[in-house]
Structures are given as structure tokens and as C-alpha cells.
Design a protein around this ligand. Structure first.
Ligand code: MRU
Length: 375
């Protein structure tokens, strides 16, 4: 990762100076602005408004939010209660990504061993730092394990660009470094393989158009932005060799929740024989669930996000309504792709089929739905 890319790492925490800052992703790609977060309430607001977003990143941000909570909380039992309340509040800021709740609970558990405020602050920072490093390493490994998929396709195409389609942003902006779905793309690009990425715009908030396109442009990876509904057409005409998406929560049986529209891409991929992979770190598995359709909570967001589109009009940010003033909207933020439509999972421990036995082969300690401490 180049120095330029690291400079825009989407989260920066300096426990020594007491500062936590996040890249405000609502303003990308037009402006690069960092937002300082000083309180757990500000962390919750940043997560809910998607200033910070993406499953691993909201987990890391939530963990640092618990460090802010530990700084605010008194010593003794009242401080402990304050920490428990902060964990409940931050953990519920967004419901679909399992990473958020798991990370927050992990920091809470770490701090409960101490009675004194200073010790809790120290333990919270150490745990948040560990979670952040683990996520970075997990993404690096996803890149390593996903690379051979692209190498094989590249060889089959005689070195012609491999066309990879991705949805939403499962890149480093969603994950601190490398990304999940993008990690194999960065690895392939670094290995000198020719690749080209079809970037779904990802309505309503356009994370593909605004964030994935920005990331790929920064990395010098060839890409083309497409309307959300174009993927099926491209697949029918042999113009997609591989789909890789991220996930906010994947069950122990391999059902994967991701940004709304992912399921339709999986249907089109299945109909056209295009391999469809979900890339994820251990922290995005929910070991307590098998049936994703029944069990994964799907966030419903403000319908105004569907009725209005935000962009840049050449002078500054602009917002326009795209429907009649009286038209109501509904805003389902995620959908679940059943395991039967997924070719494979690219995890930080390697590739597996999306079925309980093969997932358990890679993550044997998760059997029985036990909480999974780290990757
Ligand atoms: O609503 P968002 O922008 O947080 O949605 C993010 C996604 O759907 C990503 O694909 C997902 O978090 C995977 S993270 C690498």
C-alpha cells in the first residue's frame, strides 16, 4: 500500500494524544475531510450517518468508541454500568453488520477485568488496537488467498484483462486497509496481472460510484462504473469473468448478507455460470446463525435516501429529488444471498465452499455457535 493510500486510511486513533479521527466517507470522492470523534454519542452518529461504514470498519470504530467510553466512565461499579450502556448503544447503531456488536462486546469484556478508570482505558485501547490490527491482517490474507482465482482466470484468458464485478464498497475504506472484496484485486494488480473492474453504482447511496471508483482510481486499477441494473446484461454477453463482493454478516451455513442488490447479482451470475465469491474476515461470520433469511436483521434506513440523490455540481455538493414530491419510498439497506448461489467464500484462512462442513474445516473452534474471539 503506497504512502498516499495510507495517508487516507479511514480511521486514525492516537491513544497517547486522546484523538480519534475518521475519514468522512459521506464527502468522498469530492472532498477528503477527517471528522474528530470525541464521545461515544459522536461515534454512534458517525456510524448511523455512514460517515464511517463497511462492516470491518464499523467494528473497529465501535471498538475505539468503547475506548472513548472508558475515558468518560468513572472507576468502580457506576463506571462499569456506563461502559455496559455505551456497549449497548454503540453495538446497536447499525443492525446488520455483526462486526460492530462483536467488536464492542470484545472491548467491554476486556475492560470489565479492571475496577479503576485508568486501567480500563488502557485495556480498552489495547483491545481496540488488537481488533484493528487483526482486521488489517485478515484483509491482507484474503488478498493472498483470493489471488490464485484471478491468476487462473488470467491464464485461461491468455493474459487478457480479467473482468471482475463488485458491488457497493468492500474496499479498504470499509476495512482500514486492503478491503475484503478488493484485496484479491489489489494483490492481482501488484502481481502485474491485467484486471478490469465493473463497479456497480450501488443505489441509493452510491458507495460503488463514490467510494470503490475512488479507491480503484487511486490504486491505478482499470475500472468502469455501471448502473446497478447493468450486471445481468454484461454477464449474458460474457463480459464478467468473476464476481467478488463483501458481506456484513455470513451465517455458519454460508448465507451472506451484503448491500441491497447483491442477491440479484448472484442470481444473474448463477444463470450465466459466472463464479460468485464472497470475501470475508472471521469477524463477519455469525456463528450463532445458520439460516440467513430468517436470522439476519436487515437494516431499513430513512426513505429520503431513496427519494434524493447527492452529488457534486462543479461548484460544491448538490442534492436533488428524483421523484414526485408526494411519492413515498422504502429503503432496505441489505439483502441475503443464499449459500446455494455462492460459488465460494474467500476467508482469511483460505477458500471454502459455503456449507457448514467446509466452513468448519477452516474455523473448527467456531463449532457449536461459540463466540469467535479473533481471526
Ligand atoms: O451500508 P454500508 O456502506 O456500510 O454497506 C457496506 C457493504 O455492504 C459492504 O459490502 C460490506 O460492509 C462488506 S465490508 C468489506
Amino acid at each position: 500500500m503506497s504512502a498516499e493510500l495510507s495517508r487516507t486510511r479511514p480511521i486514525r486513533c492516537e491513544p497517547a494524544s486522546g484523538r480519534l479521527a475518521v475519514l468522512d466517507q459521506r464527502r468522498l470522492p469530492h472532498e477528503t475531510v477527517f471528522l474528530e470523534l470525541r464521545t461515544p454519542a459522536e461515534v454512534i452518529a458517525a456510524v448511523q450517518t455512514l460517515a464511517v461504514r463497511g462492516a470491518p470498519l464499523i467494528g473497529v470504530t465501535g471498538a475505539w468508541g468503547m475506548w472513548l467510553a472508558a475515558r468518560e466512565a468513572a472507576s468502580g461499579p457506576s463506571g462499569r454500568r456506563a461502559l455496559e450502556e455505551a456497549a449497548a448503544g454503540i453495538g446497536a447503531a447499525r443492525p446488520t453488520a455483526v462486526n460492530l456488536r462483536t467488536a464492542v462486546e470484545r472491548v467491554l469484556r476486556a475492560t470489565l477485568a479492571a475496577e479503576r478508570r485508568e486501567e480500563r482505558v488502557r485495556l480498552a485501547a489495547a483491545e481496540a488496537e488488537a481488533i484493528e490490527s487483526e482486521e488489517i491482517e485478515a484483509c491482507r490474507r484474503i488478498g493472498r488467498h483470493g489471488l490464485p482465482l484471478i491468476e487462473r482466470l488470467s491464464a485461461a484468458r491468455g493474459g487478457a484483462p480479467v473482468n471482475v464485478l463488485t458491488h457497493c464498497n468492500a474496499g479498504r475504506l470499509a476495512c482500514v486497509e486492503y478491503g475484503t472484496a478488493t484485496a484479491p484485486l489489489y494483490a492481482a494488480h501488484e502481481a502485474g496481472l491485467a484486471i478490469h473492474v465493473w463497479v456497480d453504482e450501488t443505489r441509493p447511496l452510491n458507495q460503488g460510484a463514490r467510494l470503490t471508483a475512488w479507491e480503484l482510481a487511486q490504486a491505478g486499477i482499470a475500472h468502469t462504473l455501471i448502473a446497478d441494473n447493468a450486471a445481468g446484461h454484461l454477464m449474458q454477453h460474457g463480459r464478467v469473468d468473476l464476481v467478488i463482493v463483501g458481506t456484513d454478516r455470513t451465517t455458519a451455513a454460508g448465507d451472506a448478507a451484503n448491500k441491497i442488490g447483491t442477491y440479484l447479482k448472484a442470481l444473474a451470475a448463477a444463470d450465466n455460470g459466472v463464479p460468485f465469491y464472497v470475501a470475508l474476515p472471521a469477524s463477519s461470520f455469525d456463528w450463532s446463525l445458520a439460516d440467513g433469511l430468517a436470522g439476519i436483521p436487515i437494516e431499513e434506513r430513512d426513505p429520503e435516501e431513496v427519494r434524493w440523490v447527492e452529488g457534486w455540481d462543479g461548484r460544491g455538493p448538490a442534492r436533488v429529488r428524483i421523484c414526485p414530491a408526494e411519492t413515498r419510498a422504502a429503503n432496505f439497506a441489505f439483502d441475503v444471498t443464499p449459500a446455494r448461489l455462492i460459488t465460494g467464500l474467500i476467508t482469511d484462512r483460505g477458500l471454502c465452499r459455503p456449507d457448514p462442513a467446509d466452513i468448519r474445516r477452516l474455523f473448527p473452534e467456531a463449532a457449536g455457535g461459540a463466540a469467535f474471539p479473533s481471526c
